[in-house]
Each structure stands twice: as C-alpha cells, then as structure tokens.
Design a protein around this ligand. Structure first.
Ligand code: SIN
Ligand code: FE2
Length: 216
C-alpha cells in the first residue's frame, strides 16, 4: 500500500503544482459530464496503442479542440487534427471545460486540446510526462470526475521520488511552471466511490495548449 500524502503538504512541495480539492460543485460536475457525453457522441472513444510495442492502453480516450492526443504502434505519441476512426475534425472544446481553464490556468491563450480519459474497472495510466506539446509555458489543467483515483506525482526525471494522493470528483489539478514536466500517472481507480457517472468509472479531462502562440 503506497503512502498517501495529505493534500496540505502538496501545494508547497513543488513550484507550479496546484491542487484545488472540490473546486467544482455537483452542478458543475454534471454540466462537465454532459459536455463529455456530447463530445463522445460525435467523437467516439478509442484505445490508443503504445509506440513500438503496439500494446493497447487500458484507458479509452477521445478529444475536443483543434488537436487531439493520439498514439499508435508506428508513429507513437502525437496530436492529430482528425479523429483516427471517423476522420472527422474534433468537436470544439465545450464551454464548461473552457471556464475551468480560464479560472485556474493563469495563462493568456486558449487551450487547443481537451483530452478525455475514460477509466473503467481496472484501467490505469503508467508514469509519464506530458511532453508532446510545443508550448511548455502553458500549464496542463486536469479535471477529475466520477470515482476516486490514486494519482502519483514525481519529479522531472523518471527516477525522482514520487508521492501519491487521492483525486476525487470535482478536484482540479494544475501542472505548470517547474511541475509542467513532472512525471505523473494513475495507480488505480477506486470503483464505486462516486455516483456521478452512470455505470461507474472515472473521467479525467486535461486541457492543453498544443502550439506556441504567434509572436512568441
Ligand atoms: C493524464 O495524465 O493524461 C491523466 C491523468 C489523470 O487521469 O488524472
Ligand atoms: Fe499526463
């Protein structure tokens, strides 16, 4: 059983890392969930594959915004402008997601991707950095919906020590500044801890700026 830190110790521990427990009330969580369902109706969830091995990721994904995050065996991690299966442009980032970005990002430009991660049953996400974006001055803003998850946060090298803490529905986390390239992942989702999502599970939304704004 990994050590689970209390929230209080976290915000001061690493510059640019900010956690807002319970920032989003039940009504905002429901409007985000409805917006996710709207995106999935036109951009169905898919399972990306690991570069080289082609191993299927346990987390199902979709996207909103100009760019969507994708990975397959041959070309690996990247952003693409069209859904890999329907070949349609991704739907626009819905207003409830945009509102969260503007309230916490502390960055002047709009996000260009809202990656939707769908965790069912035993889905998890290995320790990784978010480094496929050209603009590292923008933070990654993460929204948790549904079941609790055990989130792992490390440093900017794979070997740096990590700490784990719980993310609950309505929590918002910002990885910016020195923490922008921090390793992170999801060890497990605690099934049955939330009733927000019909059928259970967890949804994580990450808002990202992908390109560098013109003139910078
Ligand atoms: C991610 O790193 O893309 C997802 C993190 C999470 O599910 O909280
Ligand atoms: Fe990530």
């Amino acid at each position: 059983m990994p050590h689970v830190d209390s929230h209080a110790s976290l915000n001061t521990s690493q510059t640019g890392f900010r956690l807002f427990p319970g920032l989003l009330d039940a009504a905002r969580q429901r409007s985000l969930l409805e917006a996710v369902q709207g995106v999935l109706a036109t951009a169905p969830a898919y399972h990306a594959r690991m570069p080289k091995t082609g191993q299927r990721m346990s987390v199902a994904m979709s996207n909103a915004g100009r760019y969507g995050w994708y990975s397959d065996k041959d070309q690996g991690y990247r952003y693409i402008e069209r859904h890999p299966e329907t070949d349609r442009a991704w739907p626009a980032i819905p207003d409830p997601m945009m509102a969260v970005w503007w309230s916490v990002a502390d960055y002047d430009h709009a996000p260009e991707c809202c990656l939707i991660n769908l965790y069912r049953e035993t889905a998890k996400m290995g320790l990784h950095q978010d480094r496929d974006e050209a603009e590292m001055a923008a933070p990654v803003v993460s929204i948790s919906l549904g079941d609790d998850a055990l989130f792992r946060l490390g440093g900017t090298t794979r070997k740096a020590p990590t700490r784990s803490f719980k993310l609950a529905s309505g929590d918002v986390l910002v990885l910016g500044g020195a923490a922008r390239l921090a390793y992170h992942g999801i060890d497990r989702v605690m099934g049955g801890t939330s009733r927000l999502i019909p059928g259970g599970g967890r949804i994580n939304l990450t808002l990202r700026r992908v390109t560098r704004p013109i003139g910078r």
